[in-house]
Design a protein around this ligand. Structure first.
Ligand code: NAD
Ligand code: ZN
Length: 377
């Protein structure tokens, strides 16, 4: 695919990717998902997203060619490729912070390299394509275990580890009440994984009824619509928790909520306090004193949305990061193989790569019951 400017993507021919470094591999893509993170790019909200870029950071494929220093893969291997590009050797990778690799993003922003995620994340081409160049091929790409459904494998590149890490960063204690904002694929997976950490009650909040219905079934949680089930999500959550607040709040929305806040100031939700209408604000304001807010929703480098007064006065711990896919993979592959997590249950649409523009429209506008679309080259 080829980004042409906000809300415009199309298919076009590009030169075949080449090995540029001895640790590179070239992968023939077999599946490639569209992610909520791609919508930030699609909407033109990520700095330095250049026209001509190929998006796509959630893909599986077959190794076609390897550089002279690739020892962990061979031609013909069917691999899942974590969305983070990680060197495996820097001070951050050595701590398991593969999403914060110091080498894979020469732009020196906070984030490490990410496939197809603008020049803010290293300017690497993405996997919504027939072929992709995979740097540091000894580190990220992981051979899909025999017998694993490829639809499960492709969701291990991002959604499963991100949802899991959202719950993990929450430091959930047995019996805790966890509130997840955002019932997209990531929020739904975070809700599902919260049970694995011992949550006693899991609540998910969104404005799309079909997603809430899906979340209820898939993640076995309570689900509420912030537009129709409540006036103020903060009051609603307080009321539901004996006025103490949730133990853990997870923000699985990100920058879209910043957009909501702007709409709120001019739109029909004027009753909500100005500046309080983002998932992040709701999370900070509805978590209990001493609670944890875990943020996996993606914000732009210049978004400055934290209600710091409440955060300090309530003694809240605020955590966030890009998921460290490689760190979590062994555990999560196990969970998939043992039937504890069912990633492919999130996939609602299979779309030929040539119809990528329709895929983005569908996922972005939340049409036709879309939860997670996968592109098939
Ligand atoms: P998505 O766009 O499909 O889902 C977002 C959901 O949030 C939508 O259903 C939307 O209706 C809902 N929403 C909007 N405003 C809301 C609000 N104020 N309160 C509650 N819900 C609200 O996206 P996704 O694929 O599920 O991804 C979710 C977020 O996670 C995105 O910001 C994405 O960039 C981010 N993400 C982060 C990582 C990471 O490693 N940290 C990885 C993948 C995705
Ligand atoms: Zn993603």
């Amino acid at each position: 695919m080829n980004y042409r400017g906000p809300k415009r993507v199309r298919i076009s021919d590009k030169p075949m990717p080449q090995i540029q470094h001895p640790e590179d591999a070239i992968v023939r893509v077999t599946r490639s998902c569209i992610c909520g993170s791609d919508l930030h790019l699609y909407n033109g909200n990520v700095p330095d997203t250049r026209v001509g870029t190929t998006f796509g950071h959630e893909f599986t494929g077959v190794v076609e060619e390897i550089g002279s220093e690739v020892t962990k893969l061979k031609v013909g291997d069917h691999v899942l490729v974590p969305f983070n590009i990680a060197c495996g050797k820097c001070v951050f990778c050595k701590q398991g912070l593969f999403g914060n690799c110091h080498e894979s993003n020469s732009q020196a922003t906070a984030v490490g390299g990410i496939f197809g995620y603008s020049h803010t994340a290293g300017g690497h081409e993405g996997g919504q394509a027939e072929y992709a160049r995979v740097p540091y091929a000894n580190v990220g790409p992981t051979v899909i275990p025999p017998g694993m459904d490829p639809d499960d494998a492709v969701l291990l590149t991002d959604v499963v580890p991100t949802g899991y890490q959202a719950a993990e960063m929450g430091g959930i204690q047995p019996g805790d009440t966890v509130v997840v904002f955002g019932a997209g694929p990531v929020g739904i997976m975070a809700a599902r994984c919260s049970w694995l950490f011992g949550a006693g009650r899991v609540i998910i909040i969104d404005k799309e009824d079909y997603r809430l219905e899906f979340a209820k079934n898939y993640a076995k949680c309570e689900a509420y619509n912030f537009e129709s089930d409540m006036d103020d999500p903060v009051v609603f959550i307080k009321k539901a928790t004996d006025w103490l607040g949730a133990d853990v709040c997870i923000d699985a929305v990100g920058a879209e909520a910043a957009g909501n806040a702007m709409q709120t100031l001019t739109g029909r939700k004027l009753l909500l306090q100005a500046g309080s209408a983002t998932a992040l604000h709701w999370a900070i304001n509805s978590v209990k004193k001493g609670g944890v807010v875990s943020v996996v929703g993606i914000y732009g480098p210049t978004d400055n949305l934290v209600p710091i007064g409440n955060l300090v006065n309530k003694g809240i711990t605020l955590r966030g990061n890009q998921a460290s896919v490689k760190r979590l993979l062994p555990r999560l592959i196990d969970h998939v193989q043992n039937g504890i997590i069912d990633p492919k249950g999130l996939i609602t649409h299979r779309i030929p790569l040539e119809e990528v523009a329709d895929g983005y429209r569908l996922f972005s506008a939340k049409l036709d019951g879309c939860i997670k679309p996968v592109l098939i080259p």
